[in-house]
Design a protein around this ligand. Structure first.
Ligand SMILES: [Zn+2]
Length: 318
């Protein structure tokens, strides 16, 4: 980790083109029951994609369980105790968030993947990472489960980068169609982290108005229902790209939710599969322009199984 301790000296030359995939079978064991869009099938459909990438020489590693110290940088002790207790006493934590016997293990693997991704990239062992994990995390606040999310994996990863590795500027770009309210809550007063979210509005969870600016480190791009490829790409180029480049992050983390796809049942945004390949290429170009490693992408939403598989494939292939 020595290269990352001294900010601005990350050497990615040796790891160029080396993409790391992180997943774990435990993530399929979190099951909120029949009829839930956030189902184990979401990872099952990605298995052949990961297998193909492995055959082409990309490394796939097993996600470790996140340690409690990393979780405590984001979540309250009382909330972590509540989550841990669900392994013995499963319960409904929120209107649409259920934790069963295996959910605590699954969410620890998901957050562990995110932390391992940061370690791998900052050690120069990978140039970019895709974490195929669930449950998602970006709605989870420091003290509450929300919207299918238990631990806020991307927030835990960002705090690991700042507090453990000593990075001074970390950017999180969230392109899930829902606003990452939990991530925003965590970093609203933390200038070391820029949070940039594009999301349909109005839509669950109801937050994410452009007037929500944190301490100047929050950028909310509200998309109207029906936003298509052309409009999304225009807003990315005019609003998101300059914000990302202007912040000069030393690390780029991505909450990669694929539910803005036109086939997704949970939104009315109309992105195409190709847009995710385009977006991935844009994010790699940002990292290249800034001479930083990454991006590190974590799976968030995406609920049409066919569109999810195609979109993740397009995102990784790019
Ligand atoms: Zn979503």
């Amino acid at each position: 980790m020595a290269a990352a301790k001294c900010c601005g000296t990350i050497n990615v030359a040796d790891s160029a083109g080396n993409m790391l995939l992180i997943s774990h079978a435990d993530c399929e064991k979190h099951d909120a029951g029949p009829g839930q869009p956030e189902s184990p099938d979401r990872l099952a459909v990605l298995a052949p994609v990961l297998q193909r990438l492995q055959q082409r020489g990309h490394r796939l590693i097993q996600a470790p369980r996140v340690d409690m110290q990393a979780c405590a940088r984001v979540h309250s002790r009382a909330y972590l105790d509540t989550l841990e207790a669900t392994a013995l006493c499963p319960r409904q934590l929120d209107y649409d968030t259920y934790a069963g016997e295996q959910s605590w293990t699954a969410t620890r693997r998901a957050a562990g993947a995110a932390v391992a991704a940061v370690d791998a990239v900052l050690a120069g062992e990978a140039s970019s990472v895709f974490c195929a994990v669930r449950p998602p995390g970006h709605h989870a606040t420091p003290k509450t489960a929300m919207g299918f999310c238990l631990l806020n994996s991307i927030a835990i990863a960002a705090r690991h980068a700042t507090d453990h590795h000593g990075l001074e500027r970390v950017a999180i770009f969230d392109f899930d169609v829902h606003h990452g309210n939990g991530t925003q809550d965590v970093f609203a007063n933390d200038k070391r982290v820029a949070f940039i979210s594009s999301h349909q509005m109005p839509l669950y969870p109801g937050t994410g108005h452009p007037s929500e600016r944190g301490v100047g480190n929050i950028t909310n791009i509200a998309l109207t229902a029906g936003t298509d490829s052309a409009l999304y790409r225009q807003r990315f180029e005019r609003e998101i790209l300059p914000t990302l480049l202007g912040f000069r992050p030393q690390l780029l983390l991505v909450s990669a939710g694929f539910d803005a796809h036109r086939s997704d049942p949970l939104s009315m945004t109309r992105l195409e599969t190709d847009d995710y390949g385009w977006l991935s290429a844009q994010l790699h170009a940002v990292c290249s322009e800034l001479s930083i490693p990454g991006p590190i992408a974590l799976l968030e939403g995406g609920y049409d199984l066919g569109a999810l598989k195609e979109s993740v494939e397009a995102f990784i292939e790019a």
